[in-house]
Ligand binder design. Structure first.
Ligand code: IMP
Length: 454
């Protein structure tokens, strides 16, 4: 046993969306990046998209953590991510063409699974099949995926014998031998969905993907050891969740979810770093709710109010351009995902979008089909479809709030809205985002441009 002086442990941070995605994580991650050394993605793939504004430049990233824009940060794509090498290389090329350094500062797990072209084909074919009349005597069962091959790639991971990992791309002979087996079966699976497709060509795929592997080789690493080395060296790590908690395969609105653990529970499995290493979890929550794709959405406003929120919030998908479904803030859902994620604080984003409404509603409970009430979320699409939201209604505010200097100078009704969220969730709102600019952010109640982490 040592009796010597122990320094305080380094605080590692997780940032995670508490709703169905598109909570404006990009801006918050960007603000937190300056306080960290290593930025890690642990789940999802090119289905995610975040936009970061640096000065007048706007960057849309799907796979590479936005920390890459800083030059001196290490960015890690962890083993829990599914990597589309073609998309990743395009992203690298685009960043380099704009003068951003992408070298040894980008590390990619050799154990991350690869999204192959046939995964995208299969994703689209399954969605088409489930949308078609022949399949939906029982109702349309399509998920409304991004068609980026995410589900089929994770399915292959679980099936094991059909999977390809980033490390396999570096061994052309091994890759070729696997693809010969995979392609035969895969062609049959795609055809079973009613799609006429040319047989997959294992030789052509092997050559192409081995080339991608060669280009990615300088970045491929055992990121589990690399992260633990960083932790021992006292470097601060920021874990960046993609998609969002209510889309988590285990804890979201199944089956209308994505295929990975997007909540913070995905961090240990998706990076090899135990959850106990994370001291701070900042849950990102939009001041209202949105959802893209199919699935239950109790507070959805399929009317003029929803349309107003969509237009004010520019609620169109970064990855697919689809209009997002919009509705009032669902605190039953947020409180649940904050609990699952272990959120220690909330960042409330897009708050300015709510200016100009006569009244604003907050969902605090659900009424169940049998007439009883509950304050518990139901992470099951079929049962969640049956609930009716119970709202608290508050007067809105008319002033624009984008340039408020502090929380105290917000209109009284806006302050009341924030306090009520804190009361219902039991979690402090540490950050309020009032607009797209870095300066339009309140941290611990005051205007700030960087977030303190300790
Ligand atoms: P997939 O991830 O492409 O399989 O899509 C599954 C569901 O998750 C669909 O409803 C998508 O619209 C949704 N989804 C996946 N990623 C995101 C995201 O980053 N933001 C919002 N929705 C997402």
């Amino acid at each position: 046993m040592t009796t010597g002086h122990r320094t305080a442990p380094t605080v590692h941070t997780a940032v995670v969306g508490l709703q169905w995605g598109d909570e404006g994580k990009g801006k918050i991650v960007d603000l937190l990046t300056s306080e960290h050394d290593v930025i890690v993605r642990y789940n999802g793939g090119a289905n995610a998209g975040h936009t970061v504004q640096v000065g007048t430049e706007r960057y849309a990233l799907h796979l590479i953590p936005s920390g890459i824009l800083y030059g001196d940060k290490t960015c890690v794509i962890g083993n829990g991510v599914v990597v589309d090498p073609e998309k990743l290389l395009q992203e690298i090329d685009t960043l380099r063409a704009r003068g951003i350094r992408v070298g040894t500062n980008l590390r990619i797990s050799d154990r991350a699974h690869v999204v192959m072209p046939y995964h995208k084909e299969q994703d689209a074919a399954l969605e088409e099949y489930l949308t078609s009349k022949t399949a939906h005597d029982q109702g349309n069962l399509s998920i409304g995926t991004t068609r980026r091959g995410i589900g089929p790639a994770y399915a292959d991971k679980v099936r094991r014998s059909m999977a390809i990992r980033v490390g396999d791309l570096l061994d052309p002979e091994y890759l070729r031998s696997r693809l010969h087996v995979i392609c035969k079966l895969r062609t049959a699976e795609i055809e079973a969905l009613g799609v006429k497709t040319a047989p997959l060509d294992p030789e052509a795929l092997a050559t192409r993907y081995a080339e991608f592997g060669e280009r990615l080789r300088p970045h491929v690493d055992d990121t589990v050891y690399a992260l633990h080395d960083s932790i021992r060296a006292g470097r601060r790590i920021l874990f960046e969740g993609a998609n969002a908690s209510l889309l988590d395969i285990d804890h979201g609105t199944f089956p209308y979810v994505t295929s990975s653990n997007c909540s913070t529970l995905g961090i240990p499995a998706g990076t090899g770093v135990p959850g106990a290493a994370i001291g701070r979890v900042l849950g990102i929550m939009k001041a209202y709710s949105t959802r893209v794709g199919a699935g239950p959405f109790p507070t959805e406003l399929d009317n003029e109010l929803g349309h107003r929120i969509r237009e004010r919030g520019r609620e169109y998908g970064t990855t697919t351009g689809r209009p997002r479904r919009c509705g009032w803030l669902d605190l039953v859902a947020v409180r649940y995902s904050a609990m699952v994620c272990g959120a220690t604080g909330i960042a409330c984003t897009l708050f300015d979008v709510l200016s100009g409404f006569d009244e604003i509603k907050l969902c605090v409970r659900y009424r169940l089909p049998d007439g009883t009430e509950t304050d518990r979320f139901i992470p099951d699409a079929h049962r969640l479809e049956g609930v009716t939201p119970i709202y608290e209604t508050m007067p809105g505010w008319s002033d624009e709030i984008r340039d408020a200097a502090d929380r105290d100078s917000l209109p009284a009704t806006a302050r009341k809205y924030l306090s009520r969220i804190e009361e219902v969730t039991g979690i402090p709102i540490e950050v309020v985002s009032l607009g797209p600019e870095r300066t339009q952010t309140l941290v611990d109640g005051r205007r700030a441009i960087a977030l303190a982490t300790a």
